[in-house]
Design a protein around this ligand. Structure first.
Ligand code: PLP
Length: 466
């Protein structure tokens, strides 16, 4: 641990109180993704400052994951809290069947950041943004007299949300077990996973078969049955799977050939995580629909957006009962959330955050390269300022590191005061990818500390493992 710190909440600091919080948590909390029998106590966070979290016992941890890939401007951005408060006392709520000032402001800004005219549907979460996009895609085709187009193609290993169509689009079987059958009409194609190429290709023989595969699926399924493709610029939560150059462009080309809409999920990659405003802007593609959440408010309040190119929006302008988008969201575009989002984008512009992110990317990539020689590391991958470190017990046959040993790596990082993520989320590889997505406000020294902790944890666990 970095050390005990005063968290300013005196009563929380006593050992007894800390125990009480854990007991109370155990009594009433239903944690996300955690088995109840977990032997590990949850980390109960009492406060946070910049990139550092303080638990109820006063221990400090550098958050190398920005919460859940979202706290891009760090934990103590007063201007965001002020924007929320000011809006709350000015006008706390109104539904977006009508309108309000901050919703207009953020919609204009998103459209501007995307380049080209867009209309923006606001909601609360990445899941909802994708649900909205998928409904729009299917209805778009129906309104144009192509109601046979309902299928959606996504990728194995992708994550697009926790419910309904967004979960159906998700390509991680362990997330779906027990909840199927889900929304019908969802197909999956193999991911661009160069370390374990699903097409058995090597670096020099790769012909982007993973992109061409979309063409085959659309042809075999019948182009006139396919509504949309949904994909992230790179698969993030599925283990940071970064395609070779030309992949996204090729998928766009194939979508155009078959009259299929391209939905790009920027829930993680958006808002400078990639070094650009949006992840797809690193490539030469224009999506039809872009979804976003998380970093849009730098994690301070829930907000999500589905941005639709005007050519598509215009198809919904009919006056009939079923020609508009019959889609409602009580809290979507909450005024305070919109105010925080508008302020987030303003701060990012004012501070030229892209320049800082690109400097951080460079430093991170140097440290990532060093990791290649560290025990247990099979592959390192990065996109912008996020990274995945795939761990294996045997480099020659790429045996994924056993889940319990993965757990020990994370525990050792935590003991060294650093919280890293663990992803992959699929069989047969398991969650054997360490993930990093630090806030953009980390200092160079803090970034070094994150990598020092990972290196040291890997050496320790490798020694235990022998
Ligand atoms: N899309 C991607 C790429 C995500 O990573 C996530 C969540 O992690 C989602 C969608 C769903 O977002 P939410 O958890 O806000 O519903």
């Amino acid at each position: 641990m970095i050390g005990k710190e005063c968290c300013g909440l005196a009563e929380l600091l006593s050992e007894n109180k800390a125990l009480t919080w854990i007991e109370r948590d155990r009594e009433h909390m239903w944690h996300h993704m955690q088995p109840f029998a977990s032997s590990q106590n949850p980390m109960i966070v009492a406060r946070a400052e910049r990139a550092t979290l303080y638990d109820v016992e006063g221990n400090a941890y550098l958050d190398a994951m920005s919460g859940l890939w979202c706290m891009n401007l760090g934990y103590s951005e007063r201007a965001l809290a002020d924007a929320a408060y000011e809006q709350m006392v000015t006008m706390p709520y109104y539904p977006l069947s009508q309108s309000h000032l901050k919703a207009i402001e953020i919609s204009e800004k998103i459209s501007d950041w995307l380049g080209g005219k867009h209309h923006i549907f606001l909601s609360n979460s990445g899941t909802e943004a994708n649900e909205t996009a998928l409904k729009i895609a299917r209805q778009y085709h129906a309104l144009r007299g192509e109601g046979t187009r309902y299928k959606v193609i996504s990728r194995y290993r992708a994550y697009h949300g926790n419910a309904g169509s967004a979960l159906a689009a998700t390509g991680q079987s362990i997330r779906k077990q027990n909840y199927e059958p889900l929304t019908p009409g969802f197909l999956h194609v193999p991911p661009p996973y160069c370390y374990r190429c699903p097409f058995g290709q090597k670096e020099d023989s790769c012909q982007l078969e993973c992109a061409s595969y979309y063409d085959q699926v659309m042809t075999w399924e019948g182009s006139d049955t396919v509504a949309a493709v949904i994909l992230e610029p790179v698969i993030t939560g599925g283990g940071v799977l970064v395609p070779k150059p030309g992949y996204l462009e090729k998928v766009r080309e194939i979508c155009d050939k078959h009259g299929v809409l391209m939905i790009v999920d920027e829930v993680i990659c958006g808002f400078y995580r990639s070094g650009e405003r949006f992840g797809h802007q690193n490539f030469h593609v224009k999506p039809d629909i872009v979804t976003m959440a998380k970093g849009i408010t730098s994690g301070y309040l829930p907000l999500a957006a589905t941005a639709v190119r005007d050519e598509i929006f215009n198809v919904f302008k009919g006056q009939g009962e079923f020609t508009h988008l019959r889609h409602l969201n009580t809290f979507g575009g909450n005024p305070s959330a919109c105010a925080v989002a508008a302020k987030t984008l303003e701060l990012m512009e004012e501070r030229q955050i892209g320049t800082r992110v690109r400097a951080l990317m460079e430093r991170m990539n140097e440290r990532l390269e060093r990791l290649r020689d560290v025990p247990l590391v099979g592959d390192v991958r990065s996109f912008g300022f996020l990274a995945g470190v795939e761990l294996v017990s045997n480099r020659a046959d790429k045996t994924p590191l056993d889940p319990t040993v993965m757990g020990r790596v994370l525990a050792h990082c935590k003991q060294r005061g650093v919280i890293v993520g663990r992803n992959g989320d699929t069989v047969p590889e398991g969650n054997n990818v360490l993930t990093l997505s630090p806030p953009f406000i980390v200092t160079d020294e803090e970034l070094d500390r994150i990598f020092d902790a990972i290196e040291s944890a890997l050496h320790t666990v490798a020694d235990e493992y022998r």
